[in-house]
Design a protein around this ligand. Structure first.
Ligand SMILES: NC(=O)c1ccc[n+]([C@@H]2O[C@H](COP(=O)([O-])OP(=O)(O)OC[C@H]3O[C@@H](n4cnc5c(N)ncnc54)[C@H](OP(=O)(O)O)[C@@H]3O)[C@@H](O)[C@H]2O)c1
Length: 345
């Protein structure tokens, strides 16, 4: 029996092994993925779908994106360095072709790798080619680090670094905007001090700073700083990345988080996500598992009590993605982790 009767109306049915009797039932499980406004008034969906997974499996990413679209995810986060742009692009473009969603309904973020700081326009054009799209919604400087042009891999070698020239990189990002290759530009993994310096020469301010944020790395100062400058904060690793090569289970296994979850008959992941949402940030969550994707989407329905938030904000903080791979004593502009984060770690 086909999993969905209205095959033409529901293109996902061809791909997704989902227990549904009819499209009506699907609609009930689809949550409203609310949106926040960026400074220009354009909207960014609160829940974003992360696609960084190693090893990269194109078919798996495509399937996950089709499932995510069906559940109501509308923001898709990728990066040239993840290798996921072709899968993200082909799944989304097929959904658009099949009129399951329109291009305007989805929000696509990608990122400039260090080796493209020399020429952000070419970097973004390559990204658009990988995605098969005419524009991305948001283009971010992935890290504040410039690498040799050939260093197109995740962990640079000791001699791959070049002197950072943020003024010229940002001018290239602004040009991308002028050319209509993206709707917004922003940064990722930037400290308050780095944003402040960028603002001294920027004609266009970053719309977003995408940073690690979860109950055990709360980014209070950065959020306040970005709030004052009208820069939206997007939280990556909002669960602390349990099960990912760079992540930890420290957040979802934390006894305080687990006890709050029991109180609300929710899961620890939902508590972590609900806490993030309560801080006014958008979240980029990665799950390629249908049940967990749904569980994460349902965090939109959980509201924590004030006392829960107070307990969470007493937890010891520990940054997970410390960026050691960008620190060395020879060619990197960052001799120590503290240099990289301007002592905000
Ligand atoms: N800008 C940057 O420098 C940067 C850095 C890191 C990440 N990111 C972006 O942010 C996205 C998310 O970050 P992340 O992957 O590091 O962290 P995350 O979303 O906090 O955690 C992802 C991990 O948690 C598991 N998971 C998902 N939902 C769960 C749940 N409800 N319960 C238990 N485990 C669950 C996933 O496994 P399953 O897939 O098996 O569910 C996956 O292993 C990335 O994919 C990427 O797009 C950006």
């Amino acid at each position: 029996m086909p999993i969905c009767q209205a095959v033409n109306a529901c293109f996902y049915a061809r791909y997704i092994d989902i227990q549904c009797v009819s499209c009506e039932q699907d609609r009930d499980t689809k949550m409203r993925n609310e949106e926040v406004r960026l400074y220009s008034g354009s909207k960014l969906p609160l829940l974003g779908f992360g696609t960084a997974a190693f090893p990269y499996d194109r078919e798996r990413v495509e399937l996950a994106i089709w499932t995510a679209l069906k559940m109501g995810y509308r923001h898709f986060d990728t990066a040239k360095i993840y290798g996921s742009e072709p899968a993200v692009g082909s799944a989304l473009m097929e959904a658009i072709h099949d009129e399951a969603v329109s291009r305007e309904e989805i929000f696509v973020t990608s990122k400039l790798w260090g080796s493209d700081h020399h020429d952000p326009i070419s970097g973004l054009k390559q990204t658009l080619k990988n995605l098969g799209m005419e524009y991305v919604d948001l283009y971010l400087i992935h890290w504040p680090a410039k690498l040799k042009v050939w260093a197109n891999y995740a962990v640079p070698n000791e001699d791959d670094f070049e002197e950072l020239d943020m003024e010229s990189t940002w001018a290239g990002m602004e040009r991308c905007l002028d050319m209509g290759l993206c709707r917004f530009i922003g940064v990722s993994n930037f400290s308050c001090r780095k944003i402040q310096r960028l603002m001294e020469h920027a004609s266009v301010l970053p719309a977003v700073n995408q940073v690690e944020m979860h109950p055990m790395w709360r980014q209070k100062n950065l959020r306040e700083f970005c709030g004052e400058k009208n820069i939206h904060v997007s939280a990556y690793s909002p669960l602390g990345g349990p099960g990912s090569p760079w992540g930890t289970k420290a957040v979802v296994d934390n006894p305080v988080i687990c006890s709050i979850a029991r109180k609300h008959k929710a899961t620890p992941a939902q508590v972590a996500l609900s806490w993030g949402l309560s801080k006014g940030v958008s979240l980029i969550i990665k799950s390629f598992n249908q049940e967990r994707m749904k569980e994460n989407m349902e965090a939109l329905e959980l509201t924590l009590d004030h006392e829960d938030v107070v307990k969470i904000e007493r937890l010891e903080e520990k940054k997970i993605m410390r960026g050691e791979f960008l620190v060395n004593g020879t060619t990197s502009p960052y001799r120590t982790i503290q240099d990289l984060w301007d002592d905000e770690i």
